[in-house]
Ligand binder design. Sequence first.
Ligand code: ZN
Length: 180
Amino acid sequence: MNRTLKNELYGQIFSITNRAICKNNQVYNAFLERLEKEMLTRDEDSKTHFCAYFLPFNPENKKVFITHHKKSGLWLSPGGHIDASETLLEALNREIEEELGLECFFKEPQTPFLLTITPISHPTQPCKEHFDIWYSMPTDGNRFNIDPREFHATRWMTIGEAKEIVTDPANLDALQIISR
Ligand SMILES: [Zn+2]
């Protein structure tokens, strides 16, 4: 893995790790501690690594786009792992293209609105802990071209509806914050 690129991702995550977007000091400190261990992506550390969520939010009608993930079986915001050698912007745009079918959605680096830590227990995946970086994705979804291999179902819904169907605590925190 290229040292320069690894430092670039490290620097980017360090620069967005702010106490103001963490629920408490524990999350903030754990992000900083995990960063110092480097090996930030799943390719480098299959157990604990950083992920990016992009919650599609239509500012016109205040609806969010929630997906029924095949891999996890849960209703979640779209998102995924950051790959080795990617910047945060590249990871966001790659995942948006893979899951929602939009190319180069974000033209410049984005500021996340939330950082969360999610313990994972999955029978077939090695992931144990995700350090989630949450972005708002303002869109009406008109150009979405959803890959049916990724999801059982997808739906635009009000934040109230989403809170009834979503169970993951980090996703619930994100819904709470985006509804403000
Ligand atoms: Zn993982």
